[in-house]
Write a protein of this length. Structure first.
Length: 127
């Protein structure tokens, strides 16, 4: 096996992707722990577009269908491309996000996401 079989293909240093135009079929299913689901039947999909050599930084597309879920966040900056959600940060703010919203979540933030319309975002995570 080559190293290509173990890691995502290296993306060029600079690239552009039309996030709204990436077909759902190109997004990969992501596991959602049933204990995180508070309401509905949300489905999470995504696609990593770039990963640093040490695996500590990720950039990609993430999508979730309507429902209510909990999460513990990583350091993340994201921009909502489509859809709407209310994100309640335990002990902090309640964030209303929709198309064009830029949001920063801190590592360790405990959140509850109420997804009103299938939400798609472009993200950068630092682990």
């Amino acid at each position: 096996m080559s190293t290509h079989d173990h890691a995502p293909a290296a993306a060029p240093a600079s690239f552009a992707v039309s996030v709204p135009d990436v077909p759902d079929a190109e997004l990969e299913a992501e596991d959602l722990d049933p204990a995180q689901i508070l309401s509905g039947d949300p489905v999470v999909t995504g696609k990593v577009l770039w990963e640093s050599a040490d695996g500590r930084q990720l950039r990609g597309i993430w999508q979730i269908t309507p429902g209510v879920v909990t999460d513990t966040e990583a350091n993340e900056l994201f921009v909502v491309v489509s859809g709407r959600a209310t994100i309640e940060v335990e002990g902090g703010a309640t964030l209303e996000v929709g198309p064009g919203s830029a949001c920063v979540l801190r590592e360790g933030d405990r959140t509850t996401w109420t997804v009103h319309e299938t939400l798609r975002k472009a993200y950068h995570i630092s682990l």
